[in-house]
Structures are given as C-alpha cells and as structure tokens.
Write a protein that binds this ligand. Structure first.
Ligand code: UDP
Ligand code: MG
Length: 309
C-alpha cells in the first residue's frame, strides 16, 4: 500500500518542542484513514534535534528524516521535504505546534472534496508581538497590491498540497523560494480553512529579523518586477516636473518677476535626473525580462487533459 499522506515538518533547533511535536502529530496521523509518513527536515540544527529525530525514527518507521549539512533556511527546508515526500497529499506544519495538527483533518476533508491547495488562514495569532502582527498585516496587503498575485492574506506555510500541485511547485527551479507566492502562482483549486494560531509550545522563534527581512524581500522580488518599473515611473515623474519647471521659469521671466538665468538650472537638473532614471528604468525593464527567463518558471501549468491518448 502506498503512502497517502505526508506530513512535512522543518526543524531548526527545536529540542524543546520536538518530542511534544512528534507526539501531537502522531496522534493526529493515527486517525488518518490511510498510510502516512512523517518527514522531518532537520535544517542544520546545532542542538539535540537531530539526535532526537534519529531516536524517533528508530522506533517509528513512519518517520523519515532528511538532514541538511547546515542551516539553509525554512523555505529550502520545506522545499526539500516536498521533494522527498511520496504521499498523495502533502501537509506542511511547523515544529513548534503553532499550527494545530487537528486542523489537518479539516484540510484532508477539503482535499477529498477536490481541492488541491488547502491553506490555513490565521483568524487569531496568539503569543506574537503586536509589531510582528502589524507589519505582517501591512506587508501582505502591500504585496498583493504590487504583485497582482492574490496571495491569501494572513496565511503562513501551514497547508495541504495535492500531489499534482506539489509536483508543479517542485518543478519550479527558482532558487529564492517564496513558497506562499509559488503556491498561489501555480493555480489549481484552492481554499482556506480558518484556525487560531496559538503561541509557540516551547522555545523561541527561529525566524530572526534577518531571516524575516529576507523572506519579505523574496516575496516581493520573486513575484514582481515592480521595483524595476518603479524607477521608470520615477524618471517619468521627474521628466514631467522639469517640463512644468521650465514653463514656470519662462512665465516668471516673461512677467519680469525673475531675471537671474540661474533659475533655469533647477528644471534642467530635474530633466537630467529624469533622463538618467528613465535610462535606468529601460535597463530595469530588460533586466526584468532576463530575470523572468532565468527564473525559468513554466509558462503554463496544465491541470488536466481530456480525451488524449
Ligand atoms: N525553521 C527552519 N529553518 C530556519 C528557521 C526556522 O527550518 O532557519 C523552522 C522552525 O524549526 C519551525 C518553522 O521553521 O518549525 C517556523 O519557524 P518559527 O516557528 O521559528 O517561525 P515563527 O513561527 O516565529 O514565524
Ligand atoms: Mg513558529
């Protein structure tokens, strides 16, 4: 019998919660109606996490462990788990039990109804600083605006992904992986389930400020060339302003309000800046094209084919 459900858990220095995590996840998985595997990805932990995982794997053959040579980060860890998992439905879960395993049953129900991606949407976020909640709130709205990609707001990586959708994501070769965006980008039938995000069961956040900034900038850079085209808009803005500046200086001179020719300098500076920015913008547009090509995303993803041999 082949594996139907794969639970994927990235782990970075989680010795304080790992046993509890395994216990809770196991309890949930035992209630599944079919064969499952639990894939832990050790993202270069420097505490006892790996030893603990090895112990767990020794006594439980449903547990598989992939271990990185060093800390590569959460998104690469989840990507590796997806690549190694063999199930028909992949479930991604944090090790700290902030994503309640019970919700997985609800996700599976949706999957059985035919949904390919069932993402957890946080209706509450306990134990997180107001500043983090506020910046997340702003960030997701800003991201949706500039990418035009409707990445569901207030979601993390907690989700169920069907084999079909997972294969599409695995086959996207880009290196700076912003999975939330990629999940949205691949399409298929998607739906949310609401859940209350609890506080960490134990330990501290492993998402340092630096990692969070990297994730946030990947979210933008991987999904839109907006920052590049923004340079062009800025150039056009300065161009128009300098034109208005010339008109203003000319008018004031004709009216005899100003006589000093030095005033011509101001719109001229604006014009130079506008030209330089527009030139950069043009380079930006080409660079954006090059970037799209090297990202090498498929130009379409087929969901199904009918009546083909
Ligand atoms: N994690 C990881 N590599 C990292 C940072 C985090 O594998 O470099 C894992 C971590 O062990 C946890 C999940 O990613 O299972 C989410 O991290 P965390 O709970 O610290 O993030 P937060 O919930 O605070 O945003
Ligand atoms: Mg967490």
């Amino acid at each position: 019998m082949s594996v139907k459900y794969s639970i994927i858990i990235p782990v970075y220095n989680e010795e304080k919660v790992l046993d509890k995590c395994y216990e809770e996840v196991k309890k949930t998985a035992e209630k599944f109606d079919d064969k499952y595997e639990i894939v832990f990805v050790n993202d270069g932990s420097v505490d006892k996490s790996l030893d603990m995982l090895k112990d767990i794997a020794k006594s439980d053959k449903t547990v598989k462990v992939v271990s990185f040579s060093r800390n590569f980060g959460h998104q690469p860890a989840v990507s590796a788990g997806m690549k190694e998992a063999v199930g028909e439905a992949l479930i991604i879960l944090d090790a700290d039990l902030q994503d309640p395993p019970e919700v997985v049953h609800e996700m599976i129900k949706k999957w059985k109804e035919g949904y390919d991606i069932v993402y957890g949407k946080r209706s509450k976020r306990a134990g997180e600083k107001p500043l983090k909640k506020f910046t997340a709130f702003l960030y997701y709205r800003f991201l949706a605006r500039i990418t035009g990609l409707n990445i569901p707001k207030d979601t993390g990586d907690f989700r169920l992904i069907s084999r079909k959708a997972a294969d599409a994501i695995i086959n996207m070769p880009e290196k700076n992986r912003y999975l939330r965006g990629m999940n949205t980008w691949v399409g298929f039938k998607q739906i949310e389930v609401l859940y209350d995000r609890s506080a960490r069961a134990a330990g501290e956040t492993k998402y340092t400020m630096k990692k969070m900034v990297k994730l946030a900038s990947d979210g933008i850079i991987s999904n839109t060339n907006f920052p590049l085209s923004f340079i062009m808009s800025l150039g056009i803005f300065f161009g128009v302003m300098s034109f208005l500046g010339y008109v203003a200086v000319l008018t004031l001179q004709l009216l005899g309000i100003i006589a000093n020719p030095i005033y011509w300098m101001f719109p001229s500076l604006g014009l130079c800046l506008g030209i330089v920015l527009m030139a950069l913008g043009i380079i930006g547009i080409y660079l954006g094209r090059v970037y799209d090509e090297v990202k090498d995303r498929p130009i379409y993803i087929i969901s199904e084919k009918i009546n083909f041999e």
